[in-house]
Ligand binder design. Sequence first.
Ligand code: NAD
Ligand code: G6P
Ligand code: MN
Ligand code: MN
Length: 431
Amino acid sequence: DLKIAVIGGGSSYTPELIEGFIKRYEELPVRDIYLMDIEEGKEKLEIVGGLAKRMVEKAGVGINIHLTLDRREAIKDADFVVTQFRVGGIDARIRDEKIPLKYDVIGQETTGPGGFAKAQRTIPVILDVCKDIEELAPNAWLINFTNPAGVITETILKHTNVKAIGLCNVPIGMVHGVAKMLEVDSKRVYIDFAGLNHLVWGTHIYLDGEDITEKLIDSFAGGKSLSMKNIPELPWDPEFIKSLGMYPCPYHRYYYLTDQMLKEQKKEAATVGTRGEVVKKLEKELFELYKDPNLNVKPPQLEKRGGAHYSDAACSLISSIYNDKKDIHVVNVRNNGTIADLPDDVVIETNAVVDKNGAHPITIGHVSPKIRGLMQVVKAYEELTIEAGVRGDYYAALQALTIHPLVPSATIAKKILDDIIEQNKEYLPQY
Ligand code: NAD
Ligand code: G6P
Ligand code: MN
Ligand code: MN
C-alpha cells in the first residue's frame, strides 16, 4: 500500500492529482494521501481537501485523504513525495513579473529574472523538505513540479541524497499540439525532446514511428494552438521555423521574439494585469467552485490554468516507477552525458525510460549549434542561480542575471537583483 505526501496540498491543481490516482486505482494501490500546507494556506487546504474527500467518496475507492500543516507527519514513511508549493504565494509571483518590466526586461514566473527570484525563495525550502525526506522517508521518490522545475530538481540532485525526478506539462502539451494539428490520437505521436525545462526543443517528430519532422515544420509557423494558456500566442515566422528545423516550446517565444513579447507583456500589465494578476482572479473563481458541497469531480474550469494536465503526468510517472513499467516519459533528470554539450551533473529535460530504479535518459550526443549556445548559456545561468540560492552568494547571483540572454547588461542585472533582494527579504534567509 502506498502513501503519498503532497507538499503544497492547497494548490488549485490538487483535484487533478486526486483524479489521476482515482483513475489508476487498480494499478496503483494508493491508500493514503497527505495534503500538507502551511498556516497561510490553511483555508485553501481545507477547501481543496474537502473536494478531494468528496471525489474519492464519489469514486468509491479506498483512498484516505489527510489534511495537515505538519510536514514531518506528511513525509514520514511516504513512498512518493510530490512538491507543488509556491513560496511567498501569488503576490510574490506578481512582484517577480513586475520588477523586470520596470527595466524593459521580460517579466515571467519561470523565465529570466522572475524565475531567478522564484528559485532564490524556493531553494531554502526545498532543501528543508529534502532533510525531512532523508530522515523520515529515505526511500521515497520525490516528484518535483515546483518551479523553476529544472533548477529546483538540479538543486535537489546536487545538494541532497533524495531520489528526485522533475516534471513539467510543456512536453505533453507539445505532443498534444501536434496530435491536434494532425487530427490523430496523441498516442500515435512521439517526439524526441532535448534541452532544459521551459527551454526544450522537439528535435524529431514521429507519427506511428515514421519521422515526419520535415513535413510538419511549416505547420508550426502560425502556431496558434501550440502555445499554453499562460503564454501569449504570438505566431512564429515561417522562415524562422524552417531555418530552425525543430519544434520550439512555447517558452522559446521569450527568447526568439523578445521585443514583441515584451510589448505584449507591457500591454497586458496595463490592461488585464500580469499573468499572476490574472491567475489570482482565476484562482478565486476556482476556489468558489471547489467550495460547492455538491461538486465531487474536477471542474473543467481548471483547464484555464497553464499547468492543466500536469498532475496526470505525475500519477502516470509514479505508476511507471511502482510497476517497473520501463516506458518512456519526458522528465527532468541528471544529464550524465546524455547531451554531450553539457556537464554531467546538471539537469536536462528529455525522454527517459522509467522503471523502479528511476528515469534513464536516452542518449542524444551533441546538439545542433542552432540550439547549443542558447542551451549552454541558460544552463550556466541556472548553475549560478543554484549556487546563489544555496549559499546566498551575491556575486553568483549577479553573474547569473548578467549572463542571462534576456538581461541586457551588468548594470540592469544589478538593479534587478537589488530590487529582488529588497522585495523578497522575508523569504531569503540565505542572503
Ligand atoms: P499556489 O500558489 O496555489 O501554491 C500551492 C500551495 O503552496 C499554496 O496553498 C501555498 O500555501 C503552499 N505553500 C507556500 N509555501 C509553502 C511551504 N513553505 N511549504 C508548503 N506549502 C507551501 O501555486 P500553484 O499555482 O498551485 O503552483 C504550485 C507550484 O507548482 C508552483 O511552484 C508552480 O510554479 C508549479 N507548477 C509547475 C508546473 C510544471 O509544469 N512543473 C505546472 C503548474 C504549476
Ligand atoms: C505551464 C508551465 C508551468 C507553469 C504554468 C503556469 O503549464 O509548464 O510550469 O507553472 O504554465 O500557469 P499559470 O496558469 O499559473 O499561469
Ligand atoms: Mn512547466
Ligand atoms: Mn545578458
